[in-house]
Design a protein around this ligand. Sequence first.
Ligand SMILES: [Fe+2]
Length: 457
Amino acid sequence: MRRLLPQFYLLLVLSLSSWGAFAFEPIAYTVMGSKGEGVLRWLTSASSCPEVTWDSRASVRMLLRAGQQDVPLRGGQQTDQKSAKFELAVCEAVWPKGVQSARIEQTVTSAPKQKFQRILVIADTGCRMKASENAFQDCNDSHAWPFAKIVERALQHKPDLVVHIGDLHYRESPCPDGRVGCQQSPWGYGSDAWTADFFNPAKALLQSTPWLFVRGNHESCARAGQGWFRYLDASPFQNNRSCDLPMHDGVADFTPPFAIALNAHTQFLVFDSSATAGKSLSPDSAMFKTYQQQMVDVTRLAGEKTNNIFLSHHPLLAVAPSKTHAAATAGGNRALLSVLNALDAQTPWFQKISYLMHGHIHAFEAMSFKSQHPASFVLGNAGSAMEGVLPANLPADFEVAPRAVVEHFTTQPDYGFALLDVSDQPHSPWTLTEFDVQGRAVHTCTLLERKSTCVAQ
Ligand SMILES: [Fe+2]
């Protein structure tokens, strides 16, 4: 394979209005927007947007969010590279208040509920094809890559909302010759890889349930960020928030935090950690300053509700898996923790948060603390290849981060998904149930007043 030189200086983006000839059944889906609104989207191979009919009102034409494009190569981390070809356009319209349903062509879909009580929480769902680590999952085998099975099982629980905590796109490199398990798979950052990795397996849940997307490192600008902004981001599409040109990465890689209410007392706080580093940050660095301001903004948002669930792809308080043997090793993101440690001297950031939910580590973890830290969950076991082993137990008074003393720790090292059942009363217990791929409950956790206790089923 020849290596292509980065050509990000090429500003020409080809508009291919003649596309739309191939067969693709459109998908209607709702993304929770950064102002709390539901945004109805229509993924299509057509080059124009359809009309939407809200209840029995007059039809209105949807607006084009991002059209079909072949975006010039901007350079990436893998040896084999190609331009990101977006053969699928996406149209959108904001759900009007009070509307119950929408019809686009022959597709009818329901409005997001006023309150979200049952929430499916997943992360790290794509099929890994990554030459730089010589890591290739058997994407054609539903046992080796079980995301579609997880979608099927999760649908049976009829969630009100799906929360995806990042890393949807994993097909970055071509499947090697002779590797049967991933032969014929599309790869790269265009819509064919996005469709194979996410839209096709998630289709039934996309059409039935609104989604709240949290951005992972796989969706950073240097990787699949172009598709992220076209299809999934919670704000209007803008040229400087497209990842098409690296000169805008300083904006596009740090989208502002926002809140999504579940009810009058509880909200999700969504944080974009996609570009975070693996090491502590210098307080003088631009990344430190940006994250510090965004973490302050999170505490301001947290003041608006009694219960706040902080969502970031990279964990803050977690145990890291080991490649060789189960060991108690802190797994929180060092860059974000360096920001929070500095902030903690001024304001106790962790005390403003009720619960933490993350992905990135491909396992289920639940931990609760003796210290004043919020209970933390890692939910990154929903399809992408598992990585390493975790200890079943931690040493007494193990500190997973400075002064964060673990009281309870539970892990399930295999594929699965979590259902969070939230009460709309401000101080009532919630339940988080972790299921395996067969749909069997394996752990049930009770969440109350920032603590969690889990029981094996
Ligand atoms: Fe990740």
